[in-house]
Design a protein around this ligand. Structure first.
Ligand code: GLP
Length: 236
């Protein structure tokens, strides 16, 4: 594991964007696994600036996002599809048809999970997977559990996740209780993984995930087994 500690969110964002841009420059047809949450916003802004400046070209790149809330349509401003369009896809020269987010409004959610895994497999897997980490150690929406779930699946969100994500909604009651998330197989089969975390409140869980026992009770701990993991952490 490569662990990079920086002292500002700005530096974290720049380093993360540099790693993502390097991937796309080295392999224009790269498949990027992307994440939502507040942590990657700075990196996405920086990637948009790099694209604007002509330093990186996303025209051949495709993306698969980690997760989506069940029941939120792309038009809902709290959906992860809306988030990705707003914070990244509308600001870079990517082909929108080459961007994928699980469909949280699918009538048959199990079929949607199967479709999503098949889509990732069809693309030949993920070249670089970007991850944030939840306060309970979740990655994507893989919540603490008795087992590591392999494929894309539907999850019931933990009360702590609902609490943490309530800040984005008008009230706690509006936070969806379920989500679709990519499972551990697609994440662990990504050729490279980049985990970013910022804030003192992430320090303890990050430490547990990276240096504690590998257990599905701390989902991110499985990343200790990944052969090419980079972690960037900033305290503020
Ligand atoms: C959400 C997302 C995760 C993200 C996590 C952390 O629940 N599903 O992919 O990593 O929260 O979010 P934040 O970056 O806002 O702390």
């Amino acid at each position: 594991m490569k662990f990079i500690k920086v002292d500002t969110y700005e530096k974290l964002s720049r380093s993360a964007a540099n790693i993502i841009a390097a991937q796309v420059i080295a392999k224009p047809h790269a498949v990027l696994g992307l994440a939502t949450g507040s942590t990657p916003i700075g990196a996405y802004t920086r990637l948009a600036e790099m694209c604007d400046a002509g330093d990186v070209d996303f025209s051949l790149t495709s993306t698969v996002n980690l997760d989506e809330y069940v029941g939120l349509s792309p038009a809902n401003d709290q959906s992860y599809r809306y988030f990705m369009d707003k914070n990244l896809f509308s600001k870079i020269n990517i082909n929108k048809d080459a961007t994928s987010v699980p469909n949280g409004c699918a009538e048959d959610l199990d079929a949607e999970c199967e479709r999503y895994d098949a889509l990732i497999a069809d693309k030949g897997g993920i070249d670089l997977q970007l991850l944030g980490i939840g306060i309970d150690g979740h990655i994507g929406f893989n919540e603490p559990d008795e087992v590591f779930e392999k494929g894309t699946h539907v999850v019931t969100l933990d009360p702590s996740t609902i609490e943490a994500n309530a800040r984005f909604f008008a009230s706690r009651d509006e936070v969806p209780r379920k989500a679709i998330t990519m499972g551990m197989q697609a994440i662990m089969q990504a050729k490279k993984v980049l985990l970013i975390a910022n804030g003192k409140n992430k320090e303890a869980i990050l430490h547990a995930a990276l240096f504690g026992p590998i257990t599905p009770k701390v989902p991110a701990s499985i990343l200790q087994l990944h052969p090419d993991l980079t972690v960037i952490y900033s305290e503020v």
